[in-house]
Each structure stands twice: as structure tokens, then as C-alpha cells.
Write a protein that binds this ligand. Structure first.
Ligand SMILES: *Cc1c(COP(=O)(O)O)cnc(C)c1O
Length: 394
């Protein structure tokens, strides 16, 4: 009982793997003993350019010697620069910076309500969300989340959230009332099992939002910044949301969150209506700007699409090889799910022991989020090990 390792003062809110990571570079991470792992999750959709990418590390080093913090009472040039870049890439107008995905979604909910109440002068407040969605861990965002397990023990929850089945038009239409102010969704449900939204349903949501003057919020915390092969998943669906939330990959691992909104909604955030001490911090902005610039200059979107084709091709072969065990391959870009007919926990443990880190999205789905700098050789390595794992465990 006297070793440091045996005493842990961290709260027990994560079911952690017993791997102690201390270093990362590219797709590799190393534990304390020097064992190397291939991170096929990009730190859960965060390290899209690999761990410690040079371009972002250099920008951070430079910013560390320049200015760390600056209150949002000042005009912050580097914040304006990243906002202009995001507006340009998305076609949306106003940007607000915060520090995480939950905070971004919290801001999205607030701006939708404030638009309804202050700009449109209505008493609307209800937000419609979807089963199996994931929007974060703050009180409002866990209430918005369509999974009972994240809500246990946190009552009373904030009012004004209604959750209906995903990809179901009738349920959605029935849920819209004269109190509805927004519809909020992920275009690919990440945590909830890697489920892409159906195109026709998404078109219908846009039409419903137009017809009822509802704010369409797309949660791109996981799908944004190139993960699905376009800058934002909404661009593949050919719709324009009113509000988009971002976080995970935006800072390559440095905490940055953001919402982007179309002009009329963006105006709802007047001085004093919302804020954050650290949001838009110069260090975070340096990381964000370097990340976005690097994706643009290195042509990574094209790379994501190429890697998608290779990886999906391999996974489909796996499916035909083990047709009784592998029942679906789905997802967009490099946000992919492999659904099995059996629980996947043992497969993931086997893979970790062999040095490959993968994720689950529900009990029977393996979630893969490889970085944009993944090589075909690494894909082949993962597939070969997956074959072994399926044969040995499933
Ligand atoms: C991860 C995630 C969040 C929460 O982000 P945090 O930074 O953990 O607060 C919200 N929405 C989606 C879709 C996510 O994947």
C-alpha cells in the first residue's frame, strides 16, 4: 500500500484501461514502460493530425513566448483570424469560442433560446434532440443527450428538452409544438453507435426548421474539422445549419470549442449575454489556426477520402470473410463503425494487448477514428490483427 501507484486520488468516474501513456508522436503513443501503441482513435477524434503535430507544436511554442491569456474585454487579433477562417470554410457568419464540446453545445442551446425569445419575441424554448445522441456532460447537454445512463442521479434536469427517434420523420413532426425553438442533431452519431443520418430525413429537418422558424443546430463536435472528409459533415448533406458546434479536433488536443451561427441567429448574443474567461484564449487560437491551416495546406480532406476508401474496402472484406460475425460497416470519412453480432469488449482488449487502440460505440460496435496521417501499412496492420482477434475471441 505504500507505492504511489496503489494510491489514486482521482475520482472514479472513468472505467480506465490500465495503460499509463506519457508520450505521443504521429499515430504512436507510448506508456511509462516504453511500450508503443498505434492509436487508431486519434485520442477520440481529437488528434486528427496525429499526436504532437509539428505545425501545431511550433505555433504553440511561439505563442507560449508571446501571450498566454487575454480577457475577452479586449479585441484579440488571433481570435478574429480563426473566426474569419471558420466563417470562410463553413459559410456561417458569427463565431463564439469556448473550451469544450459540452460548452459549445450549451452555447448553441442558449443562442437558440435567446434568438427565439429576444430576437423573435416569442416564448419558445423547447429543443428537440434524438435517441442515442451525445451532446455533453453539463446539465443542459446531458439532458439533451438521448441516453438514459448519462442522466442517472442528476435530477432535477433542466426543462425544455424532448428526445425522439433518429431518422424518423413522423416522430419528429409530432414533437414540434408552438414551444419548439430548435432541433439539435449529430449527422453521424459518434458515441451512439456510428449511425449516419439519412439524407432525405436531413432535408426534411431543414424544411421543417424553415417552415416553423426553428434553429437547426448541428453538433459537429466529433464530425467537424475534416473528420468526415469535408470540413463539416453538413457540407456533404448539402444543407446549411443555423448553428454548428465544434470542439474535439479543432485544437489538435489543445482545448478549444466553438459555435458558428448564421447572421440572424449570431445577433442574439448581445454584449453581456454569454461569455467565457478562457474561451478564445491566444494559446487555444494558435493551436486552432495552425490545425486548420495545416489541414488546408496539406490537402488532408482528400487524404481522408482516400483513407476512407482503403479502410472501408478492407473492412468490407473482413465482413465477407466473417459474414456471421461482422454484420455492418458504416460511417463517413474516418469516423467508421464495425458492427458485430457479438460483444466487442474482448476483441478490443486483445487489440490493446497487441498494441492497437480502438474504441467501442455501444456493446457490439467497434469505432475507428484513425488520424489523417495514417498510412496504408498501418491500416493493413490493424486489419490483420482484427482477423486474429475475431478468430481468437468472437
Ligand atoms: C465529445 C462530444 C461532445 C462533448 O464534448 P466535450 O469536449 O467532452 O464536452 C459533444 N458532442 C459530441 C457529438 C461529441 O462527440
Amino acid at each position: 500500500m505504500s507505492t504511489v501507484e496503489s494510491v489514486c486520488n482521482l475520482m472514479n468516474n472513468y472505467a480506465r484501461w490500465s495503460i499509463r501513456l506519457v508520450k505521443g508522436k504521429g499515430n504512436a503513443v507510448w506508456d511509462e514502460a516504453g511500450k508503443q501503441y498505434l492509436d487508431f482513435t486519434s485520442g477520440i477524434a481529437v488528434a486528427s493530425l496525429g499526436h504532437v503535430p509539428d505545425a501545431v507544436a511550433n505555433a504553440l511554442h511561439e505563442q507560449v513566448d508571446t501571450l498566454w491569456h487575454c480577457s475577452n474585454l479586449f479585441e484579440i487579433p488571433i481570435q478574429e483570424k480563426l473566426a474569419a477562417k471558420l466563417a470562410d470554410l463553413s459559410g456561417l457568419d458569427g463565431v463564439f469560442f469556448c473550451n469544450s464540446g459540452a460548452e459549445a453545445n450549451e452555447a448553441a442551446i442558449k443562442i437558440a433560446r435567446r434568438y427565439a425569445q429576444k430576437v423573435k419575441q416569442t416564448d419558445r424554448y423547447e429543443v428537440i434532440t434524438f435517441d442515442q445522441s451525445f451532446h455533453g456532460r453539463t446539465l443542459a447537454t446531458l439532458t439533451a443527450t438521448g441516453q438514459a445512463k448519462v442522466k442517472e442521479g442528476f435530477a432535477p434536469l433542466p426543462e425544455g428538452f424532448i428526445t425522439v427517434p433518429y431518422n424518423d420523420s413522423e416522430a419528429l413532426k409530432a414533437a414540434i409544438t408552438d414551444k419548439t425553438c430548435a432541433i439539435m442533431l449529430e449527422l453521424v452519431q459518434g458515441e451512439g453507435g456510428v449511425h449516419p443520418a439519412e439524407q432525405a430525413w436531413v432535408n426534411e429537418i431543414r424544411e421543417l426548421c424553415d417552415a416553423h422558424d426553428l434553429v437547426l443546430i448541428v453538433d459537429e463536435v466529433q464530425t467537424g474539422i475534416g473528420r468526415t472528409g469535408t470540413w463539416f459533415a453538413f457540407q456533404q448533406y448539402g444543407i446549411k445549419p443555423d448553428v454548428v458546434s465544434l470542439a474535439k479536433a479543432l485544437g489538435s488536443g489543445f482545448p478549444v470549442g466553438a459555435i458558428m451561427a448564421v447572421g440572424k441567429v449570431a445577433e442574439a448574443f448581445a454584449p453581456g449575454s454569454h461569455g467565457s474567461t478562457f474561451g478564445g484564449n491566444p494559446l487555444a487560437m494558435a493551436a486552432g489556426l495552425a490545425t486548420v491551416t495545416e489541414i488546408e495546406e496539406q490537402g488532408y480532406l482528400q487524404k481522408v477520402n482516400q483513407l476512407h476508401d482503403v479502410l472501408v474496402g478492407e473492412l468490407k472484406q473482413l465482413q465477407s470473410l466473417y459474414a456471421d460475425k461482422v454484420i455492418d460497416v458504416r460511417g463517413l470519412g474516418l469516423l467508421l463503425g464495425l458492427e458485430l453480432s457479438v460483444p466487442v469488449a474482448d476483441i478490443l482488449t486483445y487489440m490493446r494487448e497487441k498494441g492497437v487502440i480502438l474504441l467501442q460505440a455501444g456493446p457490439q460496435v467497434i469505432r475507428m477514428l484513425p488520424s489523417f496521417v495514417t498510412t496504408e501499412a498501418e491500416i493493413k496492420q490493424v486489419i490483420a490483427l482484427l482477423k486474429e482477434a475475431i478468430e481468437q475471441t468472437a
